[in-house]
Ligand binder design. Structure first.
Ligand code: DLL
Length: 430
């Protein structure tokens, strides 16, 4: 099923033509309205008609997270015609946020992209979406909410947390879909188990959209098994609308990135050269349709690769693989480069491990991985726990080249997360 079949299955050469026109318009727009880009182009002596073909994108300057913060609050805002009707800010780090503006048309286009994602993953106007993402300055809940309403789904704007209430709503209003982060999905699975709720028997759930944080295939499987549903990976970032940038189709072999709205590059983060297709690199995105806040070559810092083969679903927009980490979340421990997701993947693949974990760095370079046990394992025998601890230590050491201290803790004892999970606590005295 398609939301906008002609756009989703557009022939690649027509798509590239459309991208070129939209890129030229976008460059014209920022050069007319955004002093930041005027200066960048002037400094690098880039002519205003630089874009003759798509490959010319590589002649344009990058936009970084630091640029967005430096230009806070209104530096990137285009103030002509369709002025902003909405402000969102980026989530996460401390200090000044990144301000992201949307015009009326931007909101409508973002909602249409979300609708494409929802229909692509099998939703219809008979579905009931329990939206457990955070409403507010974060784009996560609102953009998907608008998309679902376009599709005609009934939306329950539950917001995050308050698991008692979530369960009540889910039962009483027969939610068929939920939208949340992987960490809250796992936490909620534990909560249901404690309440003696069997989702296959007691709930009407069919699927979930999980995103806003990195997670592994193993975690996807855990969520699918715990709820008896299909889980679809959903990728996005505030700077590019929020959710609805890339999303899985029924094949679940990578996320279609909507290339008529975003021009994608995958670059080596050190040399800034494109990596060969299929190889991992940093995703760099240029908005092609944004009015209030167009961005050129935005460095997402997310590491992914492009799936080269065409998709069986018929959509022509290329797919990106699951994000394997961010260029800025790499930990250096005793000289080894470690991504928290490598640790997550191992933990979630070992039977007996529960649904939450925390990586703690302390002292000179000590790593402790606190791992919740599954409810069944918690009642297990001491020998079994010692075996599990040894197994985890060895598997982690083989994966990350550092031997961590593995601490097994009771189910539900690590801090739950409502928004994005904090997986690493770094108190090193380095
Ligand atoms: O997290 C937008 C979003 C909301 C996406 C709901 C999906 C669902 P930000 O707060 O700006 O926006 O954070 C964006 O989150 O650069 C990635 O590092 C990470 N991220 C988002 N989705 C995924 C995903 C939203 N599916 C940052 N897998 C991005 C891995 C993800 N990381």
């Amino acid at each position: 099923m398609f939301w906008d079949k002609s756009a989703e299955t557009i022939d690649r050469s027509a798509l590239e033509k459309l991208q070129l026109t939209r890129l030229q318009e976008t460059v014209g727009r920022v050069l007319k309205h955004v002093p930041f880009y005027q200066q960048q182009f002037a400094q690098a002596a880039i002519p205003s008609d630089v874009i003759r073909e798509l490959a010319d994108i590589r002649r344009l300057p990058f936009t970084t997270n630091a640029d967005l913060r430096a230009q806070y609050p209104r530096g990137f805002l285009v103030g002509d015609g369709g002025g902003p009707v909405r402000l969102h800010t980026s989530s996460g780090t401390t200090g000044k946020p990144k301000a992201i503006f949307f015009s009326r048309g931007d909101i409508d286009r973002a909602a249409n992209l979300a609708a494409r994602c929802l229909v692509m993953s099998g939703n219809t106007d008979r579905d009931i979406l329990q939206n457990m993402m955070t409403y507010g300055l974060f784009t996560g809940a609102l953009m998907m909410h608008y998309g679902a309403e376009k599709v005609g789904m009934m939306v329950i704007p539950a917001g995050p947390g308050n698991s008692e209430k979530q369960l009540l709503l889910m039962q009483d209003f027969s939610s068929t879909v939920f939208h949340t982060t992987p960490s809250y999905a796992l936490y909620f699975a534990d909560f249901m188990e404690k309440k003696g709720v069997d989702p296959r028997r007691d709930l009407s759930l069919k699927r979930a959209f999980i995103g806003a944080e990195p997670y592994s295939e193993e975690t996807r499987r855990k969520i699918e098994e715990a709820f008896g549903i299909e889980v679809y990976n959903s990728y996005g970032l505030s700077e590019m609308n929020g959710p609805g940038v890339a999303f899985e189709c029924a094949a679940k072999q990578g996320m279609h990135l909507w290339e008529d709205h975003f021009l994608m590059e995958v670059l080596d983060p050190v040399t800034n050269e494109p990596v060969p297709e299929g190889c991992p690199g940093e995703l760099v995105l240029t908005t092609l349709c944004r009015e209030a806040m167009p961005l050129i070559r935005y460095r997402t810092r997310d590491i992914t690769s492009v799936v080269a083969e065409p998709c069986s679903c018929g959509r022509t927009h290329r797919r990106i693989r699951r994000i394997t980490g961010r260029t800025d979340d790499m930990l250096i421990v005793r000289g080894a480069n470690i991504y928290p997701q490598q640790i997550e993947r191992i933990l979630m693949s070992v039977p007996g491990v529960g649904r939450n974990y925390l990586i703690c760095l302390s002292g000179l370079d000590e790593m402790t991985v606190k791992v919740e046990l599954s409810a069944s394992e918690f009642d297990g025998r001491v020998e079994r726990l010692v075996h599990l601890q040894t197994q985890l230590t060895e598997r982690l050491r083989a994966e990350i080249m550092v031997k961590p201290l593995v601490e097994l803790v009771p189910p539900g004892s690590l801090p739950p997360s409502e928004g994005k999970a904090k997986r690493v606590i770094d108190n090193r005295a380095l």
